[in-house]
Ligand binder design. Structure first.
Ligand SMILES: *Cc1c(COP(=O)(O)O)cnc(C)c1O
Length: 365
C-alpha cells in the first residue's frame, strides 16, 4: 500500500462543483484584483476568527511582514520568535529590518516556552511572535501577560493553525495582529499562494491594506513605500468556498490524530503532547524518535511518505550566518530537528491507510 504525506484528492472531490463554480463566477465577471470575492472572504474569515478586520494579502510571509511593518517594527528593533518554526516567521522580522531573537520551545508541545521569553526581552524588544506550530495553540495567557508587562506587540503566526483553540477561543485574535497562510497544503488552503492578516484595529487594518497595495490609500495617492501583496479574486473565491468546510476538515484530522495517538505503541516513539488548554487542528502530526532516520527509511520502504519539520533549525540556516550562532546554541530546537518525524495527515485518510501507518510504526524494531 502507498500512503502519501498529503493529498488534496478527497476534499477536492467533495467540493468539485463549488470550486468550479467559484472559478466560473470570477471568470465570467472578469474582475480579478480587489473585488467582491476578496471582500466577502475577508468578512467571512474575520467572523471565523472573531476579529473585527481581515486583510487579504498575497501569502503567509507577507501577512506577518506587513503586520510588523504596520506596527512600526523595523531597523534597530528586536522581535522574539521561537527557535523551532518555519523560516518564514524569522524572514518576516528580517524583511522589515529588525533582528529575530530566538527562544526555545517546550520539547513536549514543540511551541515557544513562555517561561523562557522574559530572559530574552531587552530594551530593543518590540514584539513577540508566538507560532501555533503544527496546528496547536501556544500557551497564550503567560505570553500576553509578558507582553503587557513590557509593552510589547504580539503578532501571532497562525499559518499552521486555522481554527485551533486556546481555552476554547479560536487563535488569531489574541495579539495585536495575526498572520495566516493559505498555501495549498495548509488546513485552509487556496489553489495557489494566498494569505491574510486579522486584527481588531481599524487603523492597523487600513495600514496593512495600504502597505500591500503600493502604499496607496486612494488611487494614485501613495502615503507609504509599500509593496504589491493582495489576495486575488480567484483565490478569495476558492477560499470562500472552502471556509464553510474547515471545521469538518479539522474534525477529520483530529479523528485521524486520535487513532494515531491510541494506536501507536512503539516504545521507541514519543507521541505529541496536547495540553488541557489546546484543541489542535493537526496541520502536522509530529512524533519523535532517537533513531528518526532509520524509522523514516523503514516507513518509506513500506510506501509511507513522511516529512521532517524542520531538519535545520533557523539559527543554523545559511541565510542567518550573520547572526553568529553555532551548533549547541539552541539545544531543544536542535533536538527536535534531529528527532521529529511527520506522519501522513490529510482530510479523508481512510481507516485502512491510518492503520497501515500505525502498523508500520509499531513494526519498527
Ligand atoms: C507556511 C508558513 C508560513 C508562510 O506562509 P506562506 O504562505 O508560504 O508564505 C509562515 N509561518 C509558518 C509557521 C508557516 O508554516
Amino acid at each position: 500500500m502507498k500512503v502519501p504525506f498529503v493529498t488534496f484528492g478527497p476534499l477536492q472531490q467533495e467540493l468539485d462543483s463549488e470550486l468550479r463554480g467559484a472559478f466560473e463566477r470570477v471568470y465570467d465577471r472578469s474582475w480579478y484584483i480587489e473585488g467582491v470575492e476578496d471582500e466577502a472572504f475577508e468578512k467571512a474569515f474575520a467572523k471565523y476568527c472573531h476579529t473585527d478586520y481581515c486583510v487579504g494579502v498575497g501569502n503567509g510571509l507577507d501577512s506577518l511582514m506587513l503586520a510588523l511593518k504596520a506596527l512600526g517594527v523595523g531597523e534597530g528593533d528586536e522581535v522574539i520568535v521561537p527557535s523551532n518554526t518555519y523560516i518564514a516567521t524569522a524572514l518576516a522580522v528580517t524583511y522589515v529590518g529588525a533582528k529575530p531573537v530566538f527562544v526555545e520551545p517546550d520539547i513536549n508541545t514543540f511551541n515557544i516556552d513562555p517561561n523562557r521569553i522574559e530572559a530574552a526581552v531587552t530594551e530593543k524588544t518590540k514584539a513577540i511572535m508566538p507560532v501555533h506550530l503544527y496546528g496547536q495553540a501556544c500557551d497564550m495567557d503567560p505570553i500576553m501577560e509578558i507582553a503587557r508587562k513590557h509593552g510589547l506587540y504580539v503578532v501571532e503566526d497562525c499559518a499552521q493553525a486555522h481554527g485551533a483553540t486556546y481555552k476554547g477561543r479560536v487563535i488569531g485574535s489574541f495579539g495585536d495582529a495575526a498572520g495566516f497562510s493559505f498555501y495549498p497544503g495548509k488546513n485552509l488552503g487556496a489553489l495557489g499562494d494566498a494569505g491574510a492578516t486579522t486584527t481588531n484595529s481599524k487603523e492597523l487594518a487600513d495600514k496593512i491594506r495600504a502597505l500591500g497595495n503600493y502604499g496607496s490609500d486612494y488611487k494614485y495617492h501613495h502615503i507609504y513605500q509599500g509593496n504589491n501583496s493582495r489576495l486575488d479574486e480567484l483565490q478569495a473565491a476558492f477560499l470562500a468556498a472552502k471556509l464553510p468546510h474547515l471545521e469538518k476538515v479539522n474534525e477529520n484530522r483530529r479523528a485521524t490524530a486520535d487513532k494515531y495517538l491510541s494506536g501507536i505503541n512503539n516504545p521507541e516513539v514519543i507521541l505529541p503532547v496536547v495540553p488541557d488548554y489546546a484543541v489542535p487542528v493537526w496541520h502536522i502530526f509530529g512524533i519523535r524518535c532517537k533513531r528518526r532516520d532509520e524509522l523514516e527509511k523503514h516507513l518509506n520502504d513500506l510506501g509511507i511518505s513522511t516529512n521532517k519539520h524542520y531538519p535545520i533549525p533557523m539559527h543554523l540556516q545559511g541565510c542567518y550566518s550573520d547572526l553568529g550562532y553555532s551548533e549547541g546554541d539552541f539545544p531543544i530546537a536542535e533536538e527536535i530537528s534531529k528527532t521529529e518525524l511527520s506522519l501522513p495527515m490529510y482530510y479523508g485518510m481512510t481507516d485502512e491507510e491510518i492503520q497501515y501507518v500505525i502498523d508500520g510504526i509499531n513494526s519498527f524494531k
